[in-house]
Every structure is written in structure tokens, then in C-alpha cells.
Design a protein around this ligand. Sequence first.
Ligand code: ZN
Ligand code: ZN
Length: 110
Amino acid sequence: MICKSCGLPVPDTSLVCVPCTMRKSSAALLDYQQKFLPHVAKGELFMTAPIIERVTHIQMFGAQKTWCGLDVKSGYRLKRLTLGELCAMHICQRCEQPLRAAIAETPSAA
Ligand SMILES: [Zn+2]
Ligand SMILES: [Zn+2]
């Protein structure tokens, strides 16, 4: 199906348009990430990376959510990785792209 709000295709496995849902529900959460991202960018702070169905995702700070909008449930295997380690791995692109975009927008990360 095609999302009526943004016109992007929505995968059949997803009931909602993840980018639109994320935009609406997580503007505040995204703001909250800003204070951690400079440290992430410098490799000073580990990120939690849950393995969900054999794919490594990245969890947002202060939320049981991945950057791609999945719920992080207890019982998932978690890794603690720096940004450099994550980027060297094959990880969820729907997590990596918004994370990289957010880091690029963080003024003090430069
Ligand atoms: Zn949409
Ligand atoms: Zn993901």
C-alpha cells in the first residue's frame, strides 16, 4: 500500500507508515536523542543494539524503541556497541539512516 500522508510505499508486513508514525510520535524523543548524539559521534557512548529476527537494530536513548520504530521487548539479545562498531556491521538501514541524519544535524557533533 501507499501512505496517504507521505506517498511512500508501506511494506505489507507493516500496518502503519513507519516514517509518518515516527514523525508524529517521536519528535520529542528525537529531541531527547540530541544530548547523547555528540558523545555517540565521538565514540564515547555505547548504543544498545537489540537483535530482532537476526537483524541488528539500534535502540533510542530513553525509550524501548529502535530508530526504525520497533518495540524493544525484554528477552531480546542486546549488544552494547559504539557507533564505529555499529557502522562496521551489517545493521538495519532503517535504524542507521535516521541515526546518521540525526548525528549530522547535531551541531556539536562536528
Ligand atoms: Zn507516510
Ligand atoms: Zn531497525
